[in-house]
Design a protein around this ligand. Structure first.
Ligand SMILES: [Fe+2]
Ligand SMILES: [Fe+2]
Length: 136
């Protein structure tokens, strides 16, 4: 989970950097909940918050790039981003307090799976387009 793979690359330096950072935050969260019998509630909440904020920042970067170069798939890509933001905003802090490991693990599996599929299927759709515009 949350491991960078070369085939994730969009061949755009800033985007790859941001994807790596997202995976890093996810990876920190997953090692936190693997630590046994210690209450990590505050750290989990803080990292989840960081993940949400960084995700929003990353989506903005992508959307601005697509907009700048007139990418036709922008509206659809934006919808997919918004959908994900809505989902991670729904995460209930109360649930995490009551069942830290179970809930956080479920969230992490969902996020890891989403990031992988999104990079490979959706982000990769703008890759060639932006590369051809000279964006690397
Ligand atoms: Fe992305
Ligand atoms: Fe994206």
């Amino acid at each position: 989970m949350f491991k960078w793979r070369e085939n994730y690359s969009c061949n755009i330096e800033e985007i790859d950097k941001q994807h790596k950072k997202l995976l890093e935050i996810g990876s920190e969260l997953s090692s936190l909940i693997r630590t046994r019998d210690v209450d990590h509630y505050d750290e989990i909440i803080q990292l989840l918050d960081e993940l949400k904020k960084y995700t929003i920042y990353h989506f903005q970067t992508e959307e601005e790039l697509m907009e700048k170069y007139g990418y036709v798939g922008l509206a659809d890509h934006k919808k997919v981003h918004q959908n994900f933001i809505d989902k991670i905003k729904e995460v209930d802090i109360k649930d995490i307090d009551e069942n830290q490991k179970g809930v956080t693990m479920d969230i992490l599996v969902f996020i890891a799976d989403w990031i992988e599929k999104h990079i490979l299927k959706v982000d990769h759709m703008y890759k060639d387009f932006l590369n051809e515009k000279g964006v690397y």
